[in-house]
Ligand binder design. Structure first.
Ligand SMILES: C[S@@+](CC[C@H](N)C(=O)[O-])C[C@H]1O[C@@H](n2cnc3c(N)ncnc32)[C@H](O)[C@@H]1O
Length: 196
């Protein structure tokens, strides 16, 4: 999968990594910052996604499409649908450029708007990357958890650096007999919740 990253995708990934790293030090205000996952988290979620059963792939919180590119690698030889949701119009425009420049527009459906209002129509989720505002995690999780297919998983970012903000969701998932869960200390911490 990773050996098949095309030069245009590699170039766009590098560009976004540079913008993201600059954002964190040059005083760019929070709503404009890309707030991306680091590359090792990208590799990790792509490997997880590639091993998920048949079903829909979704991402909540696209930003400029960096994490979506990693997930798209898992879909290269699969027919499953991948929908990514982003509320900011400015970020949607960046993500559209990302997908077009990287040659993956046909593999990714970019949905502008609030996931909590736009999720209708998703029925059987095989993989969900949850990476929006932390106070929304539990609400998003409730929607996704009910629609997970057997063997499907939710992967939530910021499980270690923002544990306090999302522990409600984590404890709820861990105490639910339908799921097996673990937090992996990669990047900012990935909480994995798999439906039995
Ligand atoms: C941490 S960033 C996502 C980074 C991206 N996953 C990556 O690693 O490249 C969070 C994004 O979620 C978006 N967002 C926040 N609330 C949302 C909502 N209710 N629905 C959809 N997107 C939302 C924000 O605008 C922001 O771009």
């Amino acid at each position: 999968m990773f050996h098949e990253i095309t030069p245009p995708m590699q170039e766009r990934m590098q560009y976004l990594e540079e913008v993201d790293s600059r954002d964190r030090t040059d005083g760019t205000e929070m709503p404009k910052r890309l707030r991306q996952i680091p590359p090792e988290t990208g590799r990790f979620i792509a490997l997880l996604a590639a091993n998920c059963p048949k079903g829909e792939f979704i991402e909540i919180g696209t930003s400029a499409g960096y994490s979506s590119l990693w997930i798209s690698l898992a879909l290269k030889n699969r027919k499953d649908r991948f929908r990514t949701y982003e509320i900011s119009t400015e970020k949607v425009a960046l993500a559209r450029d990302t997908f077009s420049l990287s040659g993956v527009s046909d593999r990714i459906e970019l949905i502008e708007g609030d996931f909590l209002q736009k999720y209708t129509g998703i029925i059987e989720i095989a993989f969900c990357f949850l990476d929006c505002e932390k106070h929304l995690y539990e609400k998003c999780f409730d929607i996704v958890a009910e629609r997970l297919v057997s063997g499907g998983m939710v992967v939530a970012d910021n499980a270690t650096n923002h544990f306090e903000f999302i522990k409600g969701m984590i404890l709820k998932a861990e105490n639910d007999q339908r799921f097996d869960c673990v937090t992996v200390p990669i990047g900012k911490g990935e909480f994995i919740c798999r439906r039995k």
